[in-house]
Design a binder for this molecule. Structure first.
Ligand code: ZN
Length: 153
């Protein structure tokens, strides 16, 4: 970690930094975490230079930590993301998101005819990786939901 980045992270007293978000996914990540509807202080940047990933986005949110289920959502749109939790200016947790193998309940199946869109059946998908892009195969109708058609409940 270079010095400057350390300072940027330390500027947050308590809260979470989501780093290494693919630049193209930044606004998607804000939306799925519903960060457009909270009162916490949020800083975000996009199209920032990253040695590892080319262009990246970053979100810093004050006084907010994410549940595992929310981190799974981040993993779907930003598989390269790093979650950094800050308490009293210290990094107390820093880890890369883990891509789940199975996604249950929080994504809608994009197939309008799917049983999960008509009956009280929770959605269930197998996560598949197609040339680095994550896709979801529905357990019921076997249709593939891609990033572009992914809607969260
Ligand atoms: Zn389906």
């Amino acid at each position: 970690m270079d010095k400057r980045k350390e300072l940027k992270v330390a500027a947050l007293e308590n809260g979470t930094v989501i780093d290494h978000i693919p630049a193209a996914s930044l606004f998607h990540a804000l939306r799925i975490l519903k960060l457009d509807k909270v009162n916490n202080q949020i800083y975000f940047g996009t199209n920032l230079h990253s040695e590892k990933y080319g262009l990246k986005g970053i979100i810093k949110i004050r006084d907010r930590y994410f549940k595992n289920e929310e981190i799974n959502k981040i993993a779907l749109v930003a598989p390269t993301a790093t979650i950094i939790e800050i308490k009293d200016f210290y990094v107390v947790r820093k880890e890369n998101v883990d891509t789940p193998e199975i996604v249950e309940n929080f994504v809608k199946c994009f197939n309008p005819k799917c049983i999960t869109n008509h009956q009280a059946v929770p959605t269930r998908f197998k996560v598949i990786s197609d040339k680095g892009e994550l896709k979801l195969r529905c357990h019921y109708c076997e249709k593939i939901t891609t990033k572009d058609t992914m809607e969260f409940k």
